[in-house]
Design a protein around this ligand. Structure first.
Ligand SMILES: [Ca+2]
Length: 149
């Protein structure tokens, strides 16, 4: 008898959770998109495009050519859809400088000018290291190539 009451109570809690979760999901707008793609042409206007492999995924095996498109700064790429520590190349298809950071706006960094691209982030020690992106003319990566916490 007791276990049956507990089971019923758990069912009610689970149902309430589903309802709350549905409301939460509809209010959440992903901060960036995730899709399969390769090449600079796949990058939409006014977006920063991150690619999981060098050379904008042009040599990535089918099914693993992940790319992410951002239209606003993203301090933490480790959110769904997660792109944290994944990018190997980048195309800045915006009119503003864009700075990529190793951590939450600190650590190793590199600034990519408007309309510019980097085909291999390994040149900056940032292959599979980028965790945040700032689209801004105010903040740029210092000549030391890193930002202290
Ligand atoms: Ca990668």
């Amino acid at each position: 008898m007791t276990s049956r009451v507990v089971l019923m109570a758990m069912t009610v809690v689970a149902a309430a959770g589903v309802i709350a979760g549905a409301g939460q999901a509809s209010a959440d707008v992903p901060p960036f998109s995730e899709a399969q793609g390769s090449g600079l042409d796949e990058c939409d206007a006014n977006r920063v495009c991150l690619y999981t492999s060098p050379r904008y995924n042009e040599n990535a095996p089918a099914g693993s050519a992940w790319m992410w498109q951002l239209k606003s700064s993203q301090p933490n790429l480790h959110v769904a859809p997660t792109a944290g520590d994944e990018p190997d190349s980048v195309f800045n298809n915006t009119d503003s400088p864009v700075t990529l950071y190793q951590h939450y706006y600190v650590g190793l960094c590199v600034t990519v000018g408007p309309g510019r691209a980097i085909e291999d982030l390994d040149h900056y020690g940032l292959k599979n290291q980028v965790s945040s992106v700032r689209i801004s003319t105010t903040y740029v990566c210092p000549s030391t190539g890193s930002v202290s916490p």
